[in-house]
Ligand binder design. Sequence first.
Ligand code: FAD
Length: 342
Amino acid sequence: MDTLLFLSPSEAGTPLSKQALEALAVTKQLAGALGTTFSVGLWGANPSADELAACGAAKFFVVAGAEFSEPRYATDAAAAEALGRASGATVLIGPAGSRWNRTLAGVAHRLGGRADSHVTGVSSEGGTLGIARWYYRQRMEGILTRTQRPWVLAVETGIAPAWQGEAGTAPVEAVACAPGAARTKVTGIADQAAGQQTIRPDADLLFVTGAGWTKKQPDGQVKVGEAEPLILDFLRLARASLGSTKSLVDLHGEGQATLTFLTHMNQVGQTGSTPRHAKGLSTCCHGEEPHTVGWRFIGERRAISLDANCGWARGKADVLYVADAFAVMAKVNASLGEKTEI
Ligand SMILES: Cc1cc2nc3c(=O)[nH]c(=O)nc-3n(C[C@H](O)[C@H](O)[C@H](O)COP(=O)(O)OP(=O)(O)OC[C@H]3O[C@@H](n4cnc5c(N)ncnc54)[C@H](O)[C@@H]3O)c2cc1C
């Protein structure tokens, strides 16, 4: 029978990320469905399991040491490998953030197992562990099983509610780990070029901008200068994440007037990302790819477009506002601003 291990970096005094707690919830749910136990494995300069004391784990393992605090492949992989060996678990589960995504394949190799990333669901039919993954730019879902163990998994964000529970005192077992030679030194974190964080995977709302924001408006004027503060104010007030169509982010490369804070990282769709948010609002956007593929995992969708006949907005949005996005967003911002001041 499989036994499970939830893995995450951790530091005492800093709560685990929402994404890590979602992966823990998936681990716990899977253990229940398979009728097996799960353990927790944490690493860092001074990792603490107290926040997870009530999660129901059979054991808590930690690798501690100053060198394990930095987000670095060599030390992350060494710690996860040591925790995997100490726990004896056959399935290792971590959150699909930048640290685990770059580490899990190496950990699986060292343990003689297999790795799968982008896990969007788990199943236990007939007592056999299965994982769900999307293929062909998120158009088809497949369920995979594997006979090889250990099986090392990276769980996507937004597929389960984050685990919540009372903190307490968790009895931890220290695991010895030699960090090995680490050539990489983390000297700081650089924010994106414009210094404006616009991609927020944890946000409730995805706000999608289309090329219409940069097009001539009914009065014959291009109003990119007005669009920028409207969009940035909305993102700040609603704490929304920013997605964009390909056409709009491509304008940068063509030297045309565009929204300066957009990069290709914001692009959603067939050749962009397919983020998971509870709600989505697309503005000035006509494209098929953003509406069909980019919104694949958005729960409730609304669109603002001047084009009442836009088949994609009509077909894929739950509510279509046929209106001028400049006017609508100015009113929305004013109303959000009032609410924030209260
Ligand atoms: C192989 C391939 C892959 C692709 N991959 C992607 C992808 O991953 N992601 C992606 O986004 N695209 C992708 N595309 C491009 C895609 O097909 C569309 O061309 C593109 O998404 C259209 O961009 P848009 O909606 O921003 O702009 P447009 O098509 O120019 O639409 C602008 C819309 O804004 C409206 N508008 C203008 N002013 C206002 C206003 N004031 N208020 C309200 N509405 C207004 C207009 O009526 C119009 O409907 C791909 C294309 C190909 C061929």
